[in-house]
Design a protein around this ligand. Structure first.
Ligand code: KG4
Ligand code: ZN
Length: 331
């Protein structure tokens, strides 16, 4: 079965062709326009999606060496995400489904992230623990099987990616902040500034990152620009370490409590090199198998949506034209 995947939930316009579990193409257009604003501007995101979606879809089809009429079905993200941005992809999918007379199915963006890892690491077996860690989410799920998930931990305020993005902005780095902080942290001392590893009262596993960001704010307020620049590598390394340690602390404790030794990490923050390095250490010290998707599938992409959609289409699931974008869709 050949599936066209379409993703437009945030600031990546992406289209992909998968044939069964094989990825034939995955075109990702990342909107640069937001970098000067320090975060995604929703109206600009929708406009950029509209400008680029036809080109991105055509590129994906062309690169996969298939013809349009060979596509059996379309999978499109319909939540969670920015309403206007989601609408662009969803409307495009509906139009194409009618024009080609093929079915389409709405896919949950988070389920897409889950699939980005399951497909690439076929040795993962159920049940496993999944940490979805992106600009919009920081959640830990127990994945019992496809379509059957229990939420074990969630953030009560900012997502980890958001902590990277907001932190980067405070120290004069551009959006998206995660890769910028990672770059700036090279050669920095991870313990130079003792940032907190926040815990949430009355909850064993939930995350809270807003206090960490405030702590960085207070720290840089006491410094002049010259001092911030001079210590940028130490600030970035220490701040990144606090986020990474917090994520690994939850993985470690939850996997013990659930007695599950397979952990899958997905979402943009999974691209972080310090996170991967420390996860590898945790994994070898505790006999845990921690799986990361390849870098190209960490951040938002349509291949993961196409793969999740392939499962749904194969199972006979179809969406009709009344499907609306759902900005707060949960798993
Ligand atoms: O999954 P994603 O592309 O979009 C959302 O669904 O949010 O994740 C984007 C987030 C951003 O917050 C970005 O700063 C973060 O992932 N990110 C990283 C890295 N690459 C992307 N965070 C830390 N280190 C990275 N290398
Ligand atoms: Zn995402």
């Amino acid at each position: 079965m050949i599936v066209l995947g379409i993703e437009s939930s945030c600031d990546e316009t992406s289209a992909s062709i998968v044939k069964d579990y094989e990825m034939l193409s995955n075109i990702v257009y990342s909107q640069e326009i937001h970098s000067e604003y320090g975060g995604v501007v929703p109206e600009l995101a929708s406009r950029e999606h509209q400008k680029n979606i036809t080109y991105v879809v055509n590129r994906a089809i062309h690169k996969s060496n298939i013809q349009k009429h060979e596509i059996d079905g379309i999978a499109v993200t319909y939540g969670a995400g920015l309403k206007g941005a989601l609408l662009v992809g969803l409307n495009f999918a509906k139009g194409m489904s009618m024009a080609l007379n093929i079915p389409y199915v709405g896919v949950n963006h988070l389920e897409g992230h889950l699939f980005s890892n399951i497909m690439e690491n076929t040795q993962i077996s159920f049940p496993f623990i999944s940490l979805i860690v992106s600009g919009g989410h920081t959640q830990i799920w127990r994945v019992n099987k496809i379509g059957n998930y229990d939420l074990l931990a969630n953030t009560v305020d900012d997502a980890a990616g958001e902590a990277f993005d907001k932190g980067a902005r405070l120290i004069g780095l551009s959006y998206p902040g995660g890769p910028e902080i990672q770059k700036a942290s090279v050669g920095g001392d991870t313990e130079y500034y003792p940032f907190p590893r926040p815990k949430v009262k009355k909850s064993k596993y939930d995350f809270s990152f807003s206090g960490l960001k405030t702590s960085l704010l207070y720290k840089v307020r006491k410094m002049d620009d010259k001092e911030v620049k001079k210590n940028l590598h130490h600030i970035a390394a220490s701040y990144q370490e606090a986020i990474v340690d917090t994520l690994l602390d939850r993985i470690s404790r939850i996997s013990k409590e659930e007695e599950i030794n397979q952990v899958s990490i997905a979402g943009g923050v999974a691209a972080n090199s310090r996170f991967r390095e420390k996860a590898a250490k945790l994994s070898s010290d505790n006999n845990l198998s921690i799986y990361f998707p390849p870098l190209s599938l960490c951040t938002d992409n349509a291949a993961m949506i196409a793969m999740a959609g392939y499962e749904k289409l194969k199972a006979g699931e179809r969406s009709d034209l009344s499907l609306e974008p759902n900005p707060n869709l949960s798993l």
